[in-house]
Design a protein around this ligand. Structure first.
Ligand code: HPA
Length: 245
C-alpha cells in the first residue's frame, strides 16, 4: 500500500476514492489527523495531511513519530512525502518540482527517533542515502513518461521554522551545499528509515528562498498560493501515475 503525506497545498487528493477514515493512536501519540484510506488509479492508498486537515499544525509541532508509525502500522510499504520548499539554487525557481537526493538537518528540539532508551540495544541506522532509491526512481520515471518535469536530485536543507530564514542563513546553507529549503524533511525521513519504510520526497518550489530572486528583499506570500495550487495539480498527476504502475 502506498502512503502519501501531503504538505502545504496538498491537504486532499481529489481523485481518491475514499473507503474510510481511521483515527489511529500510536505509542507516540496521535498523528496529524485521521488516516484516509481509499483507492487511487487501481491502488490502495493511505493519505495523511502533515499539518492537519485544517492546516493548523506548524512544522516544529508536527508529531512526525506518530505519523510515520501510524502509516507503517497500517500496512504502508512505500511513502511519497510531498512538501513545499524555497528555491536556493538559481535553476530551482518557483513552480519547479524536485525529487531531492540528500538532506542537511538544521532542526533542533524535535522528537527525532523511535529509540527512547530502555532495555533494547542501541541501533545506528544507515542514512548515507536518506531517500529510497526505488521510490525515487519510480516517481521520476512516471513523471518523465507523463511529460511532467521533475528535477532529479537536490540537497534539501531542513530548517526549524516556523519563521522563514534570513538571507545570511540561506547564504550559509548554500555554502553548505543546500539547493532547496523546507521545514518538514526531518525528522520525517529519518524516522521512516528507522522503521525501514521506503520513503522519498517530491518537493514543490513555492518561492525563492530569502535573498534569492524576487525574494531579494523579502518573501511575498501573495504569489505563493497560486504557484502551489498549479504545481500540486502536477504532483497529483504524478502520484496517480505511480499508483497506476
Ligand atoms: N524556507 C523554508 N521553508 C519553506 C520555504 C522557505 O523559503 N518555502 C516553503 N517552505
Amino acid at each position: 500500500m502506498l502512503g502519501i503525506i501531503g504538505g502545504s497545498g496538498l491537504t486532499q487528493l481529489a481523485n481518491l476514492d475514499v473507503s474510510h477514515r481511521e483515527v489511529v493512536r500510536t505509542p507516540y501519540g496521535e498523528p496529524s489527523g485521521p488516516l484516509i484510506f481509499g483507492r487511487l488509479a487501481g491502488r490502495d492508498v493511505v493519505f495523511l495531511a502533515r499539518h492537519g486537515y485544517g492546516h493548523t499544525i506548524p512544522p516544529h509541532l508536527v508529531n512526525y513519530r506518530a505519523n510515520i508509525h501510524a502509516l507503517e502500522a497500517s500496512g504502508v510499504t512505500q511513502v511519497i512525502s510531498v512538501a513545499s520548499v524555497g528555491g536556493i539554487r538559481d535553476d530551482l525557481g518557483p513552480g519547479t518540482l524536485v525529487a531531492p537526493h540528500q538532506i542537511i538537518d538544521y532542526t533542533w528540539g524535535r522528537e527525532m527517533t523511535f529509540q527512547s532508551g530502555g532495555d533494547g540495544p542501541v541501533i545506528h541506522v544507515d542514512f548515507t542515502e536518506p531517500y529510497d532509491a526505488s521510490v525515487r526512481r519510480l516517481m521520476l520515471d512516471v513523471a518523465q513518461r507523463s511529460g511532467e518535469e521533475v528535477f532529479d536530485g537536490a540537497v534539501y536543507a531542513t530548517t526549524q521554522g516556523p519563521r522563514l530564514e534570513t538571507a545570511a542563513e540561506i547564504d550559509r546553507m548554500q555554502r553548505d551545499g543546500a539547493d532547496i529549503v523546507g521545514m518538514t524533511g526531518m525528522p520525517e525521513a529519518g524516522l521512516a528509515r528507522e522503521l525501514e519504510l521506503p520513503y522519498a520526497a517530491l518537493c514543490v518550489v513555492s518561492n525563492w528562498a530569502a535573498g534569492r530572486g524576487d525574494s531579494a528583499h523579502g518573501i511575498k506570500f501573495d504569489s505563493l498560493e497560486a504557484v502551489l495550487h498549479l504545481a500540486m495539480t502536477r504532483v497529483r498527476r504524478i502520484i496517480e501515475g505511480v499508483c497506476a504502475e
